[in-house]
Design a binder for this molecule. Structure first.
Ligand code: 5AD
Ligand code: SF4
Length: 542
């Protein structure tokens, strides 16, 4: 169980007495002596007992000198590779290490602890992790006290081997070890040992969300609603490195979102490997029922989710796009291939006809829904004819955007053993053909929006503005945000904005003037969004 640590200076002759008194309170806190000569002690407070501990302390202070002391701040450099779930996990890692005195730093050189949160879904991500770890070896040569930890999917996959291969690494912790991390780091600090914790349970304990500092205000946040995956797609390493599918209790999710909203968050993206099967295994509520509860949270403006397995996309979820005003009209629906033969080899459990049927139903129910997808090119045995079918599918669906990847063998994934591997040059060529085709559709989809007014949830100043290169001749600040369909919009206000007034977190009606491949550009029209307008498009031109 994770305890909360607080440090105090007391009269050293009173340390034994304080320990004795606290023992009488049935384990609300344990006192440890840090420095007997200076009278510095650390209270390890049991979670949930903070208030009771504070009351006891208040009473004791009437007779004894007890003052809080700040221990030396240590610096944590946290680098995240991979998906949104890793981003969420990294935040939770930082929160769990704060009670040990670790504050996050953006500079690797000033760090006392470096943690690399890794991804192994594709070979490239894994190579990235190892090349970064190689660089760390050089830093450690000049800084012996530096602690280096490797977490996430590569850590889970490689375990002990990482310690054998890389003497500079002190800790390897797996995807289910986040709650145990403070204890592991403390052990390394105390004994300078090297540790591996890649234990995986059949039913995962989902770490309870820890609240961030109140000053941190962000517009949009990820919220993990489930972990692991039971689907075993033939190419995929996830079931092996993230374990069995486990959903989080709805109450815990709602509590987390409420706290985020109190801290200024306006949009949440619910994360899971396959959100459509949320709650089924543990008989919690269904995913659409969860969405209904989240939709009712006051102050929250937008809900998104990812990822949906097409086989589990239910009619109830399709109508959720019509019924829940906060659910944004965008779905990421990874198809992976346009060929039924390849889908079967991939163990995807749907056909292209079934997929297209769901796409049609989504568009019937929610006319302005944006659809994006993932595609793997060069899966073992993929013929020219199979690849052509994928291109045909792209032309039929006209996706708003695509993420396309060259197939790579992953440890334990069943496809490793499949014959007829595709050569690297052919995979590269197919990927380029596919991306060129999709670019036309992405641009076309973006162009359709020119002349319309879109509700943009503003994230903050645009990248150009932050880097000090706003458009020449324009004195107004440039902002950035996203449409309900998840397209990036950079925009100016029509009028010069009030000095220093931040638009972050505000819904602004923006008239779209230009469309590019990856973003839109426009001007705020000054229109106020109405409740029903959060999702929709206002037609400006016609
Ligand atoms: N090779 C290439 N792409 C992969 N993906 C998953 N595993 C592999 C692999 N072995 C892609 C899929 C998935 C996305 C997250 O990564 O398209 O949807
Ligand atoms: Fe991997 Fe398939 Fe699970 Fe997605 S659904 S995480 S692709 S096994």
């Amino acid at each position: 169980m994770k305890t909360i640590k607080q440090h105090y200076r007391v009269d050293r002759r009173e340390i034994a007495f304080l320990k004795f008194i606290l023992e009488a309170y049935d384990g609300i806190a344990v006192l440890k002596t840090e420095d007997a000569s200076q009278g510095v002690i650390t209270a390890h407070i049991a979670p949930g007992c903070e208030k009771q501990f504070a009351d006891v302390l208040q009473d004791l202070k009437k007779d004894i000198m007890i003052e809080p002391v700040q221990m030396n701040t240590k610096h944590l450099y946290l680098h995240t590779i991979g998906c949104q779930m890793n981003v969420y996990d990294s935040e939770q890692i930082a929160m769990r290490l704060a009670p040990l005195g670790y504050e996050q730093t953006a500079s690797m050189d000033s760090a006392d602890l470096i943690i690399i949160n890794t991804c192994s879904v594709r070979a490239k991500a894994e190579q990235k992790a190892f090349s970064l770890l190689g660089r760390l070896a050089r830093i450690k040569r000049n800084k012996r006290r530096l602690i280096i930890g490797v977490g996430g999917c590569v850590a889970q996959q490689e375990g002990e081997k990482i310690l054998e291969r890389m003497p500079c690494i002190d800790l390897v912790f797996g995807t289910q070890a986040i709650d145990r991390l403070p204890r592991l780091i403390q052990q390394i600090e105390d004994r300078r040992c090297r540790l591996v914790d890649v234990e995986m349970d059949e039913v995962q304990d989902i770490p309870e969300f820890l609240e961030g500092p109140r000053t941190e205000s962000q517009v949009s946040k990820f919220v993990t609603i489930m972990r692991g995956c039971d689907n075993y797609c033939a190419y995929c390493v996830v079931p092996f490195v993230r374990g069995r599918e486990t959903s989080r209790e709805p109450e815990s999710i709602i509590r987390e979102i409420r706290i985020l909203v109190e801290n200024g968050v306006k949009e949440v993206t619910l994360l899971g490997q396959n959100v459509n099967s949320y709650g089924k295994k543990q008989r919690l509520c269904s995913f659409p029922e969860l969405l209904a509860k989240i939709n009712a949270i006051e102050g929250l403006l937008r809900i998104r989710f990812t990822t949906s397995h097409p086989k589990d996309l239910s009619p109830e979820l399709i109508v959720a796009f019509r019924d829940f005003d906060k659910l944004c009209p965008h779905i990421h629906l990874p198809v992976q291939s346009g060929s039924d033969r390849i889908l079967k080899r991939m163990n995807r459990k749907y056909t292209i006809d079934q997929y297209l049927d769901k796409v049609a139903k989504l568009r019937d129910t929610c006319t302005d829904i944006a659809i994006t997808s993932d595609i793997i090119v060069g899966f073992p045995g993929e013929t020219e004819a199979d690849f052509e079918k994928t291109l045909e599918l792209i032309k039929t669906v006209e996706y708003d955007g695509l993420f396309a990847f060259q197939y790579s063998d992953r440890p334990n994934a069943p496809s490793v053993k499949l014959p007829d591997k595709i050569s690297e040059p052919l995979k590269r060529e197919r990927l380029q053909t596919l991306l060129d085709l999709q670019e036309k559709f992405t641009k076309r989809k973006n162009k359709v929006l020119v002349g319309s007014t879109q509700w943009v949830l503003t994230d903050g100043l645009s990248k150009k503005q932050v880097s000090g290169q706003p458009d020449a001749g324009n004195r107004a600040l440039q902002w950035t945000g996203r449409t309900p369909s998840n397209k990036i919009v950079n925009f100016y206000l029509d009028e010069h904005p009030a000095a220093n007034q931040s638009l972050a977190g505000q819904l602004i009606g923006v008239r779209i003037d230009k469309a590019f491949s990856h973003s839109l550009f426009g001007k705020a029209t000054g229109a106020e969004p109405s409740a029903g307008g959060l999702k929709g498009v206002e037609n400006y031109a016609a």
